[in-house]
Write a protein that binds this ligand. Structure first.
Ligand SMILES: CC(C)(COP(=O)(O)OP(=O)(O)OC[C@H]1O[C@@H](n2cnc3c(N)ncnc32)[C@H](O)[C@@H]1OP(=O)(O)O)[C@@H](O)C(=O)NCCC(=O)NCCS
Length: 138
């Protein structure tokens, strides 16, 4: 995809996630090459990757650098991803988040995502994944 700085995204991902969860440039490139995938990047602060398949969108990752947090960047990236998903024909957006990730769960709840499922012991640390969904009608 043109205009998306993969090296900057990998740098931000490394700042935002623990070493075991980091995605390098190759992983990010592979994600963006999937059909329906797109990304939104804010240089120096954060990015989001999303994929639309049929009429459903999925968030693949969302990363905000620690020194850029609690300034609305995550919410703005999420809003841009939702708008991009609507343009690509999605009627709903899904994501998975660790039950232990209080910041992300609060962000998604504030953005009107609801819990629709749970994947037991989904993450390497034994945490469950919470599956969340939001309709994209308005
Ligand atoms: C989760 C993350 C993306 C949030 O990004 P952010 O830019 O700080 O989020 P915003 O500033 O847009 O926050 C929007 C709202 O989310 C909630 N929120 C965000 N971080 C929070 C925290 N640490 N504790 C409680 N609520 C939080 C608040 O309601 C906040 O609104 P407010 O600041 O007016 O109270 C960021 O913390 C991050 O990159 N974490 C590490 C990677 C990660 O967990 N990604 C998501 C994986 S599913």
């Amino acid at each position: 995809m043109s205009g998306f700085d993969i090296a900057e995204a990998a740098r931000l991902h490394a700042l935002a996630f623990e070493p075991a969860e980091r995605w390098g440039e190759d992983a990010i490139r592979l994600m963006l090459e999937m059909p329906g995938a797109f990304g939104v990047l804010r240089d120096g602060s954060g990015f989001i990757l999303c994929r639309v398949a049929a009429d459903e969108a999925e968030i693949l990752t969302l990363a905000v650098a620690p020194d850029a947090r609690r300034k609305g960047v995550g919410g703005a990236l999420l809003a841009e991803a939702m708008a991009g998903a609507v343009v690509r024909g999605a009627g709903a957006m899904f994501l998975e988040v660790s039950e232990r990730n209080e910041a992300a769960r609060a962000l998604y709840a504030a953005a009107r995502f609801s819990t629709v499922g749970r994947r037991r012991r989904y993450y390497a640390d034994g945490a469950d994944a919470v599956v969340m969904r939001r309709g994209l009608e308005t």
